[in-house]
Design a protein around this ligand. Sequence first.
Ligand code: ADP
Ligand code: ADP
Length: 234
Amino acid sequence: MSEILIQNVSKTYSTKDGNVQALKNVNLSIEQGDIYGIIGMSGAGKSTLVRCINYLEEPTEGKIFIKGKELGSFSKKELRKQREDIGMIFQHFNLLMQKSVLENICFPLYIHGKKKTEARKRAKELLEIVGLSDKAKAYPAQLSGGQKQRVAIARALASNPKILLCDEATSALDPQTTASILDLLKEINQKFGITIVIITHQMSVVREICSHVAIMKSGEVVEDGKVSEIFTHP
Ligand code: ADP
Ligand code: ADP
C-alpha cells in the first residue's frame, strides 16, 4: 500500500481576476521510505500539491490517500491527528524568534498535550539527532541558516511523523550548507524510515538525495519515476 497516493487531483483557485488551475489531473504514488522529489519552476503547482497532501488545501477534483485512508473522508479531529504524522519544513525556517531553540522544539509537543519535563527531554534528544545539543539555550537570531534549518527539522520530527514534507528547504542556503542538510535528511530517512517529500526548483537537490522524482510543469506531472532511470544522462 502506498504511503501517499494522489489520484486524478486537480485544484482550481478562484480569484477576483478569474480562475487559476494550479493542478491538472495529477497522479502519483509515493512509497514508504522514498525520498521523493517534486521539481518544477515557480508557479508549476508544487506548493499547492504539498498543501493538498497535508489537506491545508482541498483538491477541487480527485482523491488523496495516506496509507490507504482518504483524507477527504476525515473528520476535523481525525485530520488534526493525521497532521501529527506529517512534519513540515520551509525555505524560511518559520521559527519563533522570541523563543529559545529548546522552546521552539517543545512548542508542538505542548500543543499535543505533552508535559513540560517530558517535552524538554524529547527536545533534547531531537537536538542531539540534528547535532545542535550545544545550542539549546540560543535564540534563532544567533544561529546560521543551516543551524536554523536543523532546529526546524528537530521541531518537525517532534511528534514522530511518518512523513516529512520539505518545501524549498535548502533554497535559502549556500551549497555547502545545503549538502549538510541533505545529508541529515538522508540520515533521518535511513534511521527512522521516514518518507520524505522534497519540493525544489534545484536539479542538484534531486540528483543528490532523491530516490524518485516527479517533474511538474504548469500544474501537470510531465514525467515521474526513479531518479536513476529519468536522469540517465549527465
Ligand atoms: P509552485 O509552488 O510550483 O511555485 P504554486 O502551487 O505556489 O506553485 O502555484 C501554482 C499556481 O497557483 C500559480 O499560478 C499560483 O499563482 C497559483 N496559486 C497558488 N496559491 C494560490 C492561492 N492561494 N490563490 C490563488 N492562486 C494561487
Ligand atoms: P512560493 O512560490 O515561495 O511557495 P508564493 O509567493 O508563490 O510562494 O506564495 C506565497 C503564498 O501566497 C502562498 O500561501 C500561496 O498560496 C499564496 N499565493 C500564491 N499565488 C497567489 C495568487 N495568485 N493569489 C493569491 N494567493 C497566492
